[in-house]
Design a protein around this ligand. Sequence first.
Ligand code: 13P
Ligand code: SF4
Length: 305
Amino acid sequence: MSSHIEEKIERLKQFRNAVILAHNYQIPEVQDIADFVGDSLGLSVQAAATQADTIVFCGVLFMAETAAILSPQKNVLLPDLEAGCPMADMITAAQLRELKAKHPGALTVCYVNTPAEVKAECDYCCTSSNAVELVNRLPEDKEIIFVPDKHLGQYVADQTGRDMILWPGYCPTHVRITEDDIRKVKQEHPDALVLAHPECGRAVYDVTDEMLSTGQMIKFAKQSSNSKFIIATELGILHTLKKQNPDKEFFAASEAAVCPNMKKITLEKVAWSLEDNQFQVKVNEEITSRARKALDRMLEVLPAK
Ligand code: 13P
Ligand code: SF4
């Protein structure tokens, strides 16, 4: 049975011809009212393809900015402007320009978790689900700068054998998940498979069965014949995993893996967002056209898993 607030959201959504996109880390109630729940790549694909006039982005600022770049004619709303990504803010366009000046001729790849101005400085953008495939396609005689996540960058370097110049950024939520945490949960559930996000870093490689983006974790859990999984990423994903697989069991690698920014969006804020057309996320034309090139290249590369 839907509540008053859910009905209000539905009504306002029709009124604005809006689509609600939610990341896998959103709170359960927000995931449940969304038209599409997914990972950064899946959400970008949806944002680029939707016929709606308005996109309500239940995620963090860089995701809404990405939607605004991919669909510049659309009205993109972020229900809470304070929902940022601390990792994305660990690099500025000026810092990247300085790094590029030290490595003339290098190709520059950014994780989608970056401000629009940083994307505008890059040749390629990627998400955790297609980073390895994208880097594998780059000419072998070129140096590669990868920003801002040193852990995803290291994972890609390990997988591709490419020498990469890494920026020292990281996700404050994923680094809370330690190898010891995983070992402890594994002791209690020895037959569970460990699925970890590459933002966790090398320290968890030895105790992990599969390194996957959030969208890949959902696909993997559904298709696997295993019935128990230890999940090493932000806790919001457990909602979808449990909902889609009622006969399987999911255990958090660490209860500390909570991203406070992803939890800022609530049903009330989604309703206010639709009611007052707030908060509009706009990226200026010059940055949009420069960042678009890197984002279009990201959308061309399908994930292997
Ligand atoms: P994915 O959902 O693309 O795996 O990204 C994880 C993340 O941390 C987004 O902020
Ligand atoms: Fe940023 Fe990490 Fe939160 Fe994702 S989980 S939005 S990378 S801080």
